[in-house]
Design a protein around this ligand. Structure first.
Ligand code: ADP
Ligand code: ZN
Length: 435
């Protein structure tokens, strides 16, 4: 029974079969988007392409890209391709960066999503006899409800704890007999450490974990596995394309299989927009094939990845993507919160400081440490220590109210932060050193 959502007719289909299905669905999607989304129709008209010009999968390359900026410009519902009466759910990206992105789902979209999560859980050997503790956030974030739907579909007993309250998580894990855990890898790590500290890590019944929504390394996987005594699987996705479940890891754990019946994946050179060969790193681009409410055509994820279509020992023929290596833009994800250097800069300028600062992010005991060094101006250089301490607190408070997390602020002497002749290096992300 555990294999109910193993779909070999799709997951192991020969390439020609996948390609035929993709083409059929791509034509439908382009027609829908052209008819329903003014921004896209305008772009296609400007490029002199009509939906009828899509005759082969190669024609995809003629279609315009969609960017995050497009989604911001059409906020909130400008990219929706169905009547609002058919939209049964909204989700949003975290939106700490100015305007958030709003996405919608029809009943069919939710069904597809549940199915893809069920596929993922099945690949992770999680099924109806499992107790799945979903410790992703429930709410506008896609993680909680996304995993939840698929977990119910496979017939598991779902424990919708949502995120936070670590002591309670551990009590529930122990008392309810959770056998599977879904959350971000950093939270899994934290739960693992807490379980060890509480002396209960050997008493848990966990077998498998599905972790994602942020970058994590193989080293982190090993640590999570040894602390929680489970097998850890990676899951990838993004709000704009669907949410978690766009790609999923099989038992081989050599890359994540992209559900190619629902998405076309491309990897492009982020500077030229040209496709790069399989195996080469570039920017991941997705086209949705079944979505009704919020279809995306050639959505540029900014995630840097490579893909392979080499056969996988698990038998699945879906292309596999590597773990994302980073993002093309400068956004930092610190403790799960999106932080742009420009936001830091705005706060400093508003408080009367010069925009001379450096963001230092590190990972200590598996938790992100966030520090901002801010240069004193000559005028305030002579302030007393207590005044300086008050200034540091005021900056930290302003940043916390904007971002949701407060960095440690260190005021440093005027001109002590290294200048650059080219672009300023605002960010020192030491987390990559631990990878
Ligand atoms: P937000 O945009 O609000 O942070 P999302 O959940 O949409 O919320 O974030 C999606 C991004 O998270 C992806 O584009 C990618 O950068 C990152 N991400 C998601 N899953 C993974 C994963 N398994 N490994 C690495 N990065 C991931
Ligand atoms: Zn596989």
């Amino acid at each position: 029974m555990r294999k109910k959502y193993w779909q070999p007719e799709l997951e192991t289909a020969p390439r020609e079969v996948i390609a035929r299905l993709q083409l059929e669905r791509l034509k439908e999607t382009v027609k829908r988007v052209y008819g329903r989304v003014p921004l896209f129709r305008k772009r296609m008209d400007a490029a002199g392409i009509s939906p009828e010009d899509v005759r082969s999968l190669d024609d995809l390359a003629k279609l315009p890209f969609t960017t995050k900026q497009d989604l911001r410009d059409t906020y909130p519902y400008g990219m929706f391709a169905c009547d609002m009466t058919d939209v049964v759910r909204l989700h949003a990206s975290s939106g700490t960066t100015g305007k958030q992105i709003v996405v919608g789902y029809t009943k069919n979209d939710l069904k597809t999503w549940d199915n893809l999560i069920a596929r993922q859980l099945t690949a992770a050997q999680i099924g109806e006899d499992d107790f799945i503790q979903v410790a992703f956030g429930y709410g506008l974030f896609t993680g909680g409800l996304g995993l939840h739907g698929g977990a119910e579909l496979v017939g598991a007993t779902v424990i919708p704890v949502s995120t936070g309250n670590t002591a309670r998580q551990l009590t529930i894990m122990q008392d309810f007999g959770s056998t599977a855990l879904c959350c971000t890898p950093s939270y899994a790590m934290y739960l693992g450490e807490s379980a060890e500290a509480a002396g209960i890590s050997g008493k848990l019944r966990l077998r498998a974990g599905v972790f994602g929504a942020e970058p994590w390394t193989e080293e982190m996987r090993r640590q999570i596995e040894s602390k929680l005594h489970l097998r850890a699987y990676d899951v990838y996705g993004l709000t704009e394309v669907m949410g978690p479940g766009v790609s999923y890891e099989c038992g081989e754990q050599h890359g994540m299989h992209v559900s190619e019946d629902c998405f076309i994946v491309e990897v492009i050179d982020p500077d030229t927009g040209e496709p790069v060969p399989d195996g080469t790193y570039g920017e991941l681009v997705f086209t949705s094939l079944t979505k009704e409410a919020f279809p995306v055509i050639r959505y540029r994820t900014r995630d840097i990845c490579s893909i392979t279509r080499e056969p996988c020992a698990c038998g699945r023929t879906f292309a596999r993507m590597s773990k994302p290596r980073g993002r093309t833009d400068d956004m930092l994800i610190i403790r799960g919160v999106n932080v742009f250097p420009s936001q830091i800069e705005t706060v400093l300028i508003n408080l009367g400081y010069a925009p001379n600062y450096q963001i230092i992010v590190d990972r200590v005991n598996n938790l992100d440490v966030f520090e901002v060094k801010v240069e004193l101006t000559e005028e305030i250089f002579d302030d007393t220590l207590s005044v300086l301490a008050r200034r540091e607190k005021a900056i930290a408070d302003a940043m916390r109210s904007l971002l949701g997390i407060g960095p440690k602020i260190t005021l440093v002497n005027p001109r002590s932060i290294e200048r650059s002749e080219g672009k300023a290096k605002r960010v020192i992300d030491r987390r990559v050193l631990h990878d």
